[in-house]
Design a protein around this ligand. Sequence first.
Ligand SMILES: Nc1ncnc2c1ncn2[C@@H]1O[C@H](COP(=O)(O)OP(=O)(O)OP(=O)(O)O)[C@@H](O)[C@H]1O
Ligand SMILES: [Mg+2]
Length: 421
Amino acid sequence: MGVEIQVNNLTKRFGSQTIWEDVSLTLPAGEISVMLGPSGTGKSVFLKCLIGLLKPNNGSIIIDGKDIVTIKERELYEVRKLFGVLFQDGALFGSQNLYDNIAFPLREHTKKKESEIKRIVLEKMEMTGLAGAEKKLPGEISGGMRKRAGLARALVLDPEILLFDEPDSGLDPVRTAYLNQLIVDLNAEIKATFLIVTHDIATARSVPDNIGLLYRRHLAMFGPREMLLSSNEPVVRQFLNGQRQGPIGMAEEKDAGELAAEAATGEELGKLPPIPEQLPTSDGRLRETQRKPGSWLIEHGVVPPAGSFAGLGVEGLPEAQPGQPTGWTGDEPPTRGASSHGSGSAPARPLRSRIDGAEEPKEPAPVEADGADDRTAVLPRAPRKRAARTTDGGGVDVLEDEAPAARPAAKSTAARRRGSS
Ligand SMILES: Nc1ncnc2c1ncn2[C@@H]1O[C@H](COP(=O)(O)OP(=O)(O)OP(=O)(O)O)[C@@H](O)[C@H]1O
Ligand SMILES: [Mg+2]
């Protein structure tokens, strides 16, 4: 039934470059969470920390009662068996057919007989809509099929936690919709804890139980979907609604001049768009961990944006009183346990102070190739030759890769942090 992941005050640096700091959140067992954030904010780094492939500088990650930041390699090996990971490109071996690709973790990590492996591989291929494509090579199939093959491969060891790094990148909207439905159905079936990194706002709005946003080296907010989708916090609001108006500019954030110019035009933030229905399973059920539409809003007395949950007949939603704003205006989120959702509503961070009081932009710090504090090399972007593949000793396959070439750091200002978690 999935495993909870508790992240406390996590900080990750590469040399002098802080990727993010003081990140605290709880991924509730069996729920689907999404992590958003502008490119380069360290979402992939976050996933790699969760799985123990990168070691954070501070903080703890509690999985199954163990802090994977400090446990010994042997124990980490065991914890890693809980994970399945869908890499951005599926990370398939180009020279092997789909059957062998999907069978790989079973052959590598278990002593199962080929007959048992065949049963499992065919079951997962069926689950991911790949039945009949066993003999295809990755180069012969579409991007969407490759993603599904990567997913089937992530499933063969029956993971309790599934991490997806941009499962929808490069897919057309129709294939993304199919993949999203597959993710929801899969969650209902295997009940594992899911974390999806995506850039797709439609996915973030309709699929998960919880949403998080990394921005300017901090976790801007993490909590139940309805909290984020009704939030009036400018950064969250701009990002989740894909609006131009707001603190985020083309180069991640707008400078004071741009913001002043925007204010001078009198252009205001667009209206909060209606909250859409959360995707049910393909046979129309709510998943076990899925809350009823409107339940978070009702519980917290938050007036949803007009038109929310259209056609669903949700009763008991708070109605706007004269002068009362639409949406959630809380600076601080409800405390843990205050919502029916319990640990899902991890502390969110008010950003206003950080935006208002941002320090002067600093020169981008040179990116140092990490290594000293990494448990293994960075994860691959594309699989290389079979010979290059090693296993990390747990349920996760790791490809050896050169130290990443130094890339210029994203233009970013150091943000002043208010309070601590
Ligand atoms: N092993 C490493 N050594 C040094 N720097 C690294 C390493 N891995 C990532 N980085 C740096 O960390 C920062 C965050 O990278 P990351 O890949 O996590 O971003 P992201 O949010 O996933 O971006 P995108 O949305 O483009 O995938 C980048 O500046 C990157 O150069
Ligand atoms: Mg990434």
